[in-house]
Every structure is written in C-alpha cells, then in structure tokens.
Design a protein around this ligand. Sequence first.
Ligand code: C2E
Ligand code: MG
Ligand code: MG
Length: 610
Amino acid sequence: MKTAPALTNRRILIIDDTPSIHQDYRDILAPPAPAPGTLGPRPYFELDSAYQGEEALELVTRAVAEGRPYAMVFTDMQMPPGWDGLETIERLWQVDPHLQIALCTAYSDYTWEAMAQRLEFGDQLLVLKKPFDSLEIRQMANALTWKWQMAQDAASKMLSLERTIEERVHELLKVSHLLQYDVLTELPNSTLLGDRLTQSLALSRRHDKQLAVMFLGLDRFKRINNALGHPIGDEMLKRVGKQLVATVRASDSVFRYGSDEFVVILADIHHPQQTKRIAQKLLAAVSAPQHIAAHDLSVTASLGISIYPDDGFDALALIKKAETAMRNVKESTPNDFGFFIEAMNQQAREQQGIESGIRLALARGEFVLHYQPKLNLQSGRIVGAEALIRWFKPDHGWVYPSDFISVAEDSGLIVPLSKWVLCEACRQACAWQAQGLAPISLSVNVSAIDFRQRGFVASIEQILAETGLDPTLLELEITEGVLMQNVDTTVATLRAIKDLGVRLAIDDFGTGYSSLSYLRRFPIDVLKIDQSFVRDLSTDSNDAALVGAIISLGRSLNLNIIAEGVETLAQLAFLKAQQCEEVQGYLFSKAVDPQTFALLLKHGLQMPEA
Ligand code: C2E
Ligand code: MG
Ligand code: MG
C-alpha cells in the first residue's frame, strides 16, 4: 500500500531588480493552471517577488512570523541601488537560517574567491551562472525545496531524539534518587550511608577528630503495624524520622537503615561521653507521643553507639558495631542506649560460628531427633511423643536446642532445619508402626519463621504424602506469641493446616498474650501449659490458681490440655486433681533416642503413684 506523500513546502521567493526576470521565473516554475478538462503543465511552486534585498527581508521575516516560511530563494547578485546578493543572503539567514538559496551571477559579477571572502558558504547555497535555462531552474527549485524538507524532517527527528534523551536522563536522575533515598521518610538510605560515612571518616582522619555512629532500632515496632495496620505504622516511621532530624545538628546526618532502623552520624565529637547526652535526646525525641489517626501512640528505641577511631576505621565496621551494641541493648534493656564493647563482637563471632556449624551439620547429618513420651493421666498409657531436636557434634558431644535454635531462626537456617525435622519425625512414626507398635500422635515444634513461610502448608502436605503418615497422627506445636501476630493471616494458615487433617497445639501456653476472644478464633486442638507454671505449682499459689484456670478454660473450649515439665509427684497429684488430661515430663521420661522410645512404647511406662 502506498502512503500519501508528506506535504512539502513549495514556497519560493524571487529577488531580482529586473521585473521581466520575475515573469521568466513564473513561466518556468508556476505556469498558469490548465483549463478544466484539459491536460497541461500544472503549477509547481508558490512564488513571491521582491525587487530589492530590503523588501525580501521584510517578506521573509513576515513568512517566518506567520509560520509559513519560504523553502528557498532565487536571488540576483547585482541589485542597485540596494544590497547586493551576498548582503541580502546574509541578512535573510539572520531571520531564517533554514532558507535554501540559489544565487544567480554573471561571470563578470564577482570571482568565487571574492564571494567566499564575504560570505561563509554552507551547504545551503548554490551558485547559478547566468545565463541559465529553464530545465536548470526547475531542477534547482525541485532539489532545493526537497532539501529544505529533508533538513526540516531531520531537525524535528533530532529534536524528538533530544527530548527522549532528556526524558531518559531525567528518569535516571529520579532512579538514582530512589536508590539513595527512602521513599517513605525521604531520608537518605543505607546506600548513601556508606558513601557519606566514608566521606565523614576521611574528614575526621584529616582533622584528627572523633566520630560517632548511632544505630537506633525501634522496640517492638511490628506490634503497631500488626495492631493498627501498615498506614499507621508508616506514618509513625515518618514522624520518628522527622523527630530525629530535628534533634541533631545540621552537620550531623540521619539515615533510614532498615524497616524500623535508623542511623545517625555525629561528626566532630570531642569525647565519647559527649554522645551520651545526644543519645538521651534522641531517645526522648523518638518516644514523644504522636497523635495519628485518632490514636495517641508512642514508640521507644534501643540505641547502640560506636566511635571512630576506638571501635574501627571504616564505615562498615563502625555500622556493624553500633548495630551489635543496639541489639545488645534491645535484648537487655530496651529504650536505652549503650556503647559497643569488644565482648559483644566475641558473641557475634560465636553466633557466626554456630551458623556455619548448622549449615555443615545439615549437610553431614549430625542432627537427630529424640522423643519424649506424653501420657494420658487416667490410663497411664503413652499416647504421643514430642520430637525434640539434638545436635551431635563429633568433637564436642550433644548440643541442645537452646544453644542453636535462635541462631537458626536469625539466619533463616531454621527453614531447611524444620523441614528435616518434619520429614524425619514422620518417617520415624511410620517406621514404628511398621514394627507393629501402636500408632501414636507425634508432635513437632514449629518456629515463627516456619509458620510465616509462604510455602509452609504445601511443604507439610508434601512431606505427609512422601512419608505416607496419617495426617491425624501429626501435631504441630506453635508458641502463643506466633499466633498473636497478624491474627487474620494466622487464622487462615491454621485453617489450611487443619484442612490437611493435622492437629494443632499451642505450646508454652500462658507465657504470651492470647486473649480469650482470639483463642476462640483459632482452630486449635491442644493447650500445652508452660512448664514454668508447672514448676512452681506446689510452692506458688498463684501458679496453682492459674493452672487450674487454664485447665477449666481448655475444657470449656473443648480443647485437650497437656502439662509439660512435670517433675514431681506433688505436681502430678495437683494435675490429677484438676483433671488435666495429659502429662509430659522428667517424672516419666526424658526425651530418648528412637530405639529406646520403641521399647517404652512396647512395654509401657510405670505411672508413679501420686
Ligand atoms: P518445648 O517445645 O517447650 O519443649 C520442651 C522442653 O522442655 C524440651 O527441651 C524438653 O526436653 C524439656 N523438658 C521436658 N520435660 C521436662 C521436665 O520435666 N523438666 C524440665 N526442666 N524440662 C523438661 P529441649 O529439648 O531442650 O527443647 C527446648 C525448646 O527448643 C523446645 O521447647 C522447643 O521450643 C525448642 N525445640 C526443640 N526441638 C525443636 C525443633 O525440632 N524445632 C524447633 N523449631 N524448636 C525445637
Ligand atoms: Mg514443644
Ligand atoms: Mg513448651
């Protein structure tokens, strides 16, 4: 398919002091239109006439102003009494630099060199030697108007290209801003922190000054998000950012480091003690009450401090040490500050060692599961087992979960570890059944990280399918704290697990904050009373009352109740009297290896006389 040709500019200005010449041009370039119905030459060009350079300048100026510029000019060389051709051209180009020009000269007018001295010839000027013929004129008019059009097209393409480039450059500016600044608080982010801190350190070095890095972590900030929603959490973070900026001097800088973490660089410190006062001011600023969406809210922060040059020379080391100090404060005394001390590094190194140890242990198969029996108080029979992980370190011996589970959780290694535990526990339960032992319920502990993992339910389903264990024999123990975060999502996940047929238990019940109304919403089967209450049953009347209350609460909600950590006959007697259903504890058996557990299951356990 042919496309319509682009409209071209066919306006030509003839400049010549001899009127008859104008008619010659008209005959050649704009012959009269043929009579209707007859064939004949059609008008090619739109012609205007000027008889002097000055008049031509007026016409060209007007044409430009009206947005209908000429494409080309034919101009004579000698036009007394006014400007000659060269001067005319020079003036015309000043008002319309795009004009294509054909200069008509007789041999006698000027030499080429003389002309070149007066005017810089671009490729927009052609010289036509008189006398000329009509074909030459027509070809030149065609060629130069075409050239004008091409030059215009190229210029507009160039312009749009320039615009595109400008836009791209603008987007790149924007992008790098996004990379360096936090959108929410508008504070510089951790990327920029590295650069700025390195610069500040160079200055401190040169001027022999000290510098402090302060790492702030908000305490239990997730609770605001969970309880009131993310928009309110976001607003709170913005306000905290503003408070921090308002508290420090202009020469100090504040960065948003992580979701609820900020870093402040204090340049020009004379003495580390000087930072104490600033730390107190920052903590006070953070905890100022904020009125957000009809709530009066306040958060606190824990703050860690590292000092150049005492604690390190480079940005990374100083940030890490301030962070370590912050974590230490957060664990021991939140809403306070503390300086980095070398002992903390030792602890961090130990954690690092445990982390790589877990990785290796997973690959080398150094983990094993031990099983602790759960007994029915009335029948005295073993009705279940809790799988408890143990790590046998070849050159060290047994390592217990309290020494590595939290590191596994912090490093994310808990995910593969828990998968292994689930698989191994299900496999073992099937193996016992294959040996002809009575089927029992098998409990596996699940950590918060596992529970929030996207593919968690699917992986349980897969493990059940692979091992062939009856899902109703599997029970997951989840701590109360885990359940109380993001209650809606929690309920959905719990339902999905229940849909598989798996049972659910709340572990360490009584240590968290569950309210009765929530408890009703969770599709759970078992409440496991925390061992701290069981421990002091006989000495602490409060605990006794609490355990009694939990048991009757569980009964009213139709839940199974199990007491863990039962060590004494007195505890057993109390639980019996309260009609607790199941018990677990050293009084009956510690967690034992699978072979020993099989023997316990086969021969039964002697229920001590309470
Ligand atoms: P937990 O789930 O509350 O497990 C009960 C802990 O109490 C076990 O310690 C058990 O050996 C201990 N225990 C049982 N009976 C008694 C008793 O009569 N007196 C005393 N003082 N303690 C008793 P363990 O095996 O050291 O496990 C500690 C915690 O580590 C567990 O608490 C659980 O939260 C976690 N854990 C254990 N295995 C796993 C696992 O495979 N995955 C995950 N995520 N966590 C695990
Ligand atoms: Mg447990
Ligand atoms: Mg427990």
